[in-house]
Design a protein around this ligand. Structure first.
Ligand code: FAD
Ligand code: UDP
Length: 379
């Protein structure tokens, strides 16, 4: 009945379902355990009439023209450049930390001296990961690195990951570098925009095809069984492709232990004011148990005398109880992941894809690119 079964209707699952249906004329069953499509990119209009991102703020940005063109077939875009402020010593300042931030936090003469030190050591426009800047042997840069590390990274990272910046993969803190220049935007990518009608509408458009049948509120295990290296669909041997975008440890019944993830308690609040804060997101590295507050009206402008904000409280992930948002990359986790991935490789028609199944920190554009590559690699 179906040539391809796709588990999970996030970006990874949607791209693969769309490609199999439209490019190879395959009959696709798309299975999702939540009550909605779009995975963690899901957005909906709330009781204040504001488009909110249910699983945390999602801002699309890419340098990849191929990804941009591919997605543009399914949505119009509204240009949007995300800006983030960090609350430091009672003052909001722009991050990534850049020359403008220097002038906000230091007296003019010191700010100029640090600016010169950066320009002496790095090219204009360079992005310097904080852990790299900390290794500088320039005295002024050491001072700057210690300041930025202490005020922006140390406590935020402890809240977000339950670990110090040195204890997590350097690529994670490198996402928010010190920037040699005056660009206050959170991202520098060539294409930065929001799907005009939201991510859910975009993904809906991708999977709206006569060859794709969507099944919501259904867990993979209700219809799929893996036994002796074979896949069974509703009790019958399935020899088509099974694209799986959930957690691999869960698929294999946690037989090599659980893979560690970080979860976040997303707490939405209505504020009876027209506006709450001066930027879409304000990070709170040093105070409070939450890491950041996002005000959705600043992302999707809406006329309303109320406003919706989201406070993110990082927490331990408990399988089956809360959402696994971020893989925690440790040597032990990578080793365990390799074992699961080895199990998956033994099943020739099983294709793990996605942030969960590949245990990677993919942004949306990376995810789309990766899913397109996976599709091309399947003959
Ligand atoms: P998901 O979106 O997680 O989709 C997987 C789907 O599979 C889910 O719907 C899940 O319910 C379903 N599923 C899992 N297991 C099963 C099962 N057993 N049976 C049935 N269904 C199952 N990226 C950006 O580019 N910009 C951002 O600003 C940004 N912000 C982010 C903020 C947060 C808090 C997080 C966590 C991520 C952010 N991302 C951002 C990354 C973005 O969310 C991912 O790139 C994208 O969601 C990955 O898509 P996916 O399909 O792999 O995973
Ligand atoms: N980070 C930080 N302070 C900040 C912003 C980010 O320490 O004010 C660190 C933190 O470890 C975080 C990582 O940089 O997990 C990546 O930040 P990003 O904003 O990209 O996280 P995401 O939006 O993916 O949650």
């Amino acid at each position: 009945m179906f040539d391809v079964i796709v588990i999970g209707a996030g970006f990874a699952g949607a791209v693969l379902a769309e490609r199999f249906a439209t490019q190879r004329n395959k009959k696709v069953l798309l299975v999702e355990r939540r009550r909605h499509i779009a995975g963690n990119c899901y957005d909906e209009t709330d009781e204040n009439g504001i488009l909110i991102h249910k699983y945390g703020p999602h801002l699309f940005h890419t340098d990849d023209e191929g990804v941009w063109k591919y997605l543009s077939a399914f949505t119009d875009w509204t240009v949007y450049h995300h800006k983030v402020l960090a609350m430091i010593d009672g003052k909001t300042v722009p991050i990534p930390f850049n020359f403008n931030t220097l002038h906000e936090v230091f007296p003019k003469s010191l700010a100029e001296r640090l600016e010169n030190a950066l320009l002496k050591n790095y090219e204009y426009g360079k992005k310097i990961p904080i852990l790299e800047l900390k290794k500088s042997d320039d005295k002024d840069l050491q001072f700057l690195a210690d300041f930025v590390y202490e005020k922006i990274f140390l406590h935020y990272t402890s809240k977000q990951w339950g670990k110090a910046p040195e204890e997590i993969d350097g690529a994670v803190t490198a996402r928010v570098p010190v920037f040699v220049g005056r660009d206050d935007r959170y991202f520098n990518d060539r294409f930065q925009a929001l799907p005009t009608h939201g991510y859910t509408a975009l993904i809906q458009k991708m999977i709206e095809h006569k060859n794709i049948k969507l099944m919501l509120n259904t867990d993979c295990k209700e219809i799929i069984e893996i036994r002796d290296g074979e896949i069974y669909f509703l009790g019958q041997k399935f020899s088509g492709q099974l694209v799986y975008t959930g957690q691999l440890d869960e698929l294999f019944d946690f037989k090599f232990g659980t893979l560690p993830y970080r979860s976040v308690n997303m707490k939405f609040e209505t504020v009876n004011e027209e506006h709450f804060q001066p930027a879409a997101t304000v990070n709170y590295p040093n105070n409070y148990d939450f890491t950041r507050i996002t005000e959705f009206k600043n992302i999707h402008p809406t006329k309303s005398d109320r406003t919706t904000i989201l406070k993110e409280y990082p927490q331990e992930h408990i399988p089956g109880k809360n959402t696994p948002y971020y893989p925690i990359f440790t040597d032990a986790a990578n080793e365990a992941y390799q074992k699961y991935s080895g199990e998956a490789e033994k099943i020739s028609n099983l294709i793990p894809a996605g942030r969960l199944a590949e245990y990677r920190y993919y942004d949306m554009d990376d995810m789309v690119k990766r899913a397109l590559e996976i599709f091309e690699s399947i003959k």
